[in-house]
Write a protein that binds this ligand. Sequence first.
Ligand code: SAM
Length: 236
Amino acid sequence: SSEIRETELTLTGDLCHHLRASLRVKPGEVLWLTDEHRQRYQVRVSALTSQALSAVILERRPGPIETAPPVLLAQALLKGDHMDWVVQKASELGVRTILPLISRHGVVRPQPERVASQVARWQRIATEAAQQSEQWQPPQVLVPLEVRRFFSSHAATCALLLAERQDTVGLTHVPLPTLPTDTVTLIVGPEGGWAEEELSHAIEGQCRAVSLGEHILRADTAAVTALSIVQSRLGR
Ligand code: SAM
């Protein structure tokens, strides 16, 4: 957490720990920090303990204005630590939202009593990865949703379903929106791929099937590849 005053600020909790333990910040160092309103602060660290970092504010600047559409990754739940890996890499790649999907061929079914702690864990992974890669805002991790409910409720301008072995357009060629008020949604399947009925629901729900080429990639590789292509095409 943070407390920002006129000429000084204090950081505590995870953020203080990250700066001290991961980034090895020392008293006297000059840093740029960004708050959740994209306001940027140039600060000089005046004191640092395991509990709190205090700093003098040298300069305030508004952060950069987002000009490209945000990206939402709807990722079918993956087993083991593969989901954690996707959450981390997607966050490094600047995704705005991560929506875990419960799909027919996915082997992972979230236990209702564990969902809240699982989402909190992914959110921590996402926040740390975003801080590490100097994103101004960490992505938001949403509560897992059934694929069918997602296809009937989403309202993205551009929803792209990653599907192998389909006669589909390549992700490198599909038109993307240009306004920051639009969203690009990338939907990636589980290890077992999409069920036929999920593909039909997706198409009925105005999703466009897109391909990453003729080879079948692992789901986690497909997610990161798709995000890299889209973020690069959006100029990030
Ligand atoms: N077992 C499935 C099969 O053989 O049909 C393969 C599923 S693949 C390992 C997991 C997910 O990654 C897919 O549902 C899809 O979303 C994505 N994917 C993998 N390779 C892809 C490709 N070449 N093009 C588009 N999506 C791909």
